[in-house]
Design a protein around this ligand. Structure first.
Ligand code: ADP
Length: 402
């Protein structure tokens, strides 16, 4: 049997995305999609068994349900539709994920209430759904990761009644698991690029979930800590956890739950104090086996949510010792304690206990920090081999090709 390859593409914030407000987003994403296909070496294209991709969560498209064309400018992932929030809060359960002004549902309601065009043949898709549609040609398919912020309930695997009773419910796409085969790659694309007749297109996911999948954490208790400009943790759990106070919520991954939370403590603070070069040099002199007695709470501005819900929490980075090595040690150890408390909180809220941590982001480069975290967390900590969301999307393609 010949070699089989699985193609994943990332349209997340760090992937195939350009920053410019005057851009025709639909056209730009489409151009990028086809230039990525173009980038697959010609001799490898016939070996591609399946394709999937991830997009930014809550990037929302209103399209013509006959032609697939965009009927409005896409609503970007971080766009706020405050006008729709009171309406959404009045129909959704209290503290539901959709009760945020940038949720997909707020975008849909805002469009529904403000757009005066004839809405007969319209449909809602997420960025990933629409790009995948360009490849498979069947309109109206999404996955339960992308659909979470429009209100889909992945636990009972349906849209809830409070949503289905709304007049715009008919715009909602049908939902499959991420990494489910949708259909074959469209014939014209297949022949144009030289992909195989058997090449299938699979449902995708959101960019942050794709990045988690890349780390190949697959068992309950395995987690990924991302030490980038923010500290985000994601833990595979057998139980679903939701707690709006801490901004903790769960995405479904087949028979498990991906529980996530994000702290405002951050590498962004490190970056304000030290250059990357200094971080490296100073770290060399840290003894990670010795506990630092310095207790900080590094924040860029006032307010923390997870693992401590306190909108008035003040950043704490004093006293600053004479030695920069000691100072950095104290900061790294303090962030490690926040990370440890984050995992303890998830367990207290009912999640599976963490037993191994993989690390992504700029902070994963720091081996001394990894050792400090192993001591503070009391767990094996290692750098994730793969952290690219595109790799996670390729794993979904692999799943869909089975
Ligand atoms: P982003 O979330 O912006 O994509 P990255 O994943 O690229 O961030 O990580 C950047 C962060 O990594 C910076 O804020 C910086 O403080 C941190 N960082 C870079 N090098 C080191 C290091 N050697 N030790 C600890 N942190 C580091």
């Amino acid at each position: 049997a010949g070699e089989r390859l699985y193609l994943g593409m990332d349209f997340g914030t760090s992937g195939a995305r350009k920053k410019d407000d005057s851009v025709d987003w639909g056209r730009s994403w489409k151009t990028t999609l086809f230039s990525l296909l173009e980038d697959v070496p010609v001799h490898l294209r016939p070996l591609v068994a399946s394709i999937s991709l991830d997009g930014t969560s809550a990037t929302t498209l209103i399209i013509d349900s006959n032609t697939g064309e965009l009927l409005a400018r896409p609503y970007l992932y971080n766009e706020s539709c405050l006008d729709a929030l009171p309406v959404v809060k009045s129909i959704a359960p209290i503290n539901h994920t959709v009760c945020s002004s940038s949720s997909t549902l707020c975008k849909l309601v805002s469009w529904w209430n403000n757009d005066n065009s004839d809405k007969k043949s319209t449909m809602l898709l997420h960025q990933a759904d629409w790009l995948l549609w360009l490849l498979h040609g069947q309109l109206g398919v999404s996955d339960y990761n992308n659909a979470l912020k429009v209100g889909y309930d992945p636990e009972v695997d349906s849209y809830p009644d409070w949503l289905l009773s709304q007049p715009y419910a008919r715009l909602l796409p049908m939902i499959k698991a991420p990494g489910a085969s949708i259909g074959h790659l469209k014939g014209d694309i297949r022949t144009q690029f030289g992909f195989s007749e058997d090449c299938v297109v699979c449902t995708g996911t959101t960019d942050s979930i794709a990045a988690f999948l890349a780390a190949r954490a697959t068992k309950p208790g395995e987690a990924v800590t991302s030490l980038g400009s923010t500290l985000a943790i994601k833990l595979l759990s057998t139980t679903r956890i939701e707690d709006a106070r801490y901004g903790v919520y769960s995405h479904r991954l087949d028979d498990k739950w991906l529980v996530g939370g994000a702290s405002n403590t951050s590498g962004a603070v490190l970056k304000e104090i030290f250059t990357d070069e200094q971080l490296e040099k100073l770290s060399e002199h840290i003894n990670p086996m010795v506990a630092s007695r310095l207790d900080y709470y590094p924040l860029k501005s006032v307010g923390e949510r997870f693992p401590v819900a306190d909108p008035n929490m003040e950043p704490r980075l004093h006293p600053r010792p004479k030695s920069d090595v000691e100072y950095l040690h104290g900061i790294l150890e303090s962030i490690a304690r926040i990370e440890a408390n984050a995992y303890i909180l998830l367990k207290d809220l009912g999640a599976t206990q963490v037993d191994e941590v993989f690390t992504a982001g700029g902070g994963s480069r720091n081996d001394k920090w990894t050792k400090i975290r192993e001591r503070v967390l009391g767990l094996p900590v290692s750098r994730a081999t793969q952290t690219e969301a595109a790799y996670g999307a390729a794993l979904l393609a692999l799943k869909g090709a089975q």
